[in-house]
Design a protein. Structure first.
Length: 135
C-alpha cells in the first residue's frame, strides 16, 4: 500500500511492456513488481545480475543506475528495448543516449517519496491504452 509497485506492475501488464526485459533500480523494488506482474526475473544494475530477489554480496551498490553500455547490451540480447523502472528520475542526457522516455509515474507514496517509481521505455512506444502517460 505504501509503494508504487502494484500500480506500476498493473500498468506494465496492461500496456504489454511486462514482456520486455525489465531493468529495476534499485533491486529492492523488484520483488513486489515481479510478483504483481508474474515476470520471473529482471536485470539489476545494483549487482550486475539478473534475478527475482535482492542479492546482498560484496560489490553491491544500491545507488548504481544502469549504464548506457549495459542498456545497449541488454537491448541487443533481447532484440527489443528494455524497460527501465527506477526510484529516480533519469537525466535528460541518459534518456537521450538510451533512446528512452518517461512513460509512467506511479501514484505518489503516502509516506515515503522514494517509493515512487518511474518507468522509461523506447521513444517509439505508443500508448494504446489509457493507463496514464507519466506526464
Amino acid at each position: 500500500p505504501f509503494s508504487g509497485a502494484k500500480a506500476t506492475a498493473e500498468w506494465l501488464k496492461g500496456t504489454g511492456l511486462a514482456s520486455r526485459t525489465l531493468v529495476i533500480e534499485p533491486d529492492s523494488a523488484a520483488p513486489a513488481i515481479l510478483a504483481f506482474t508474474g515476470v520471473r526475473s529482471a536485470y539489476f544494475p545494483t549487482c550486475h545480475c539478473t534475478g527475482s530477489f535482492v542479492v546482498f554480496r560484496r560489490g553491491r551498490d544500491e545507488h548504481r543506475l544502469v549504464t548506457v553500455e549495459e542498456f545497449r547490451d541488454l537491448r541487443q540480447e533481447a532484440g527489443a528495448s528494455p524497460v527501465v523502472i527506477s526510484h529516480q528520475q533519469l537525466s535528460v542526457e541518459s534518456r537521450r543516449q538510451m533512446g528512452i522516455q518517461l512513460l509512467y509515474t506511479s501514484p505518489h507514496g503516502e509516506f515515503w517519496p522514494d517509493e515512487d517509481l518511474y518507468v522509461y521505455g523506447d521513444n517509439n512506444f505508443a500508448m494504446t491504452k489509457s493507463f496514464g502517460s507519466g506526464k
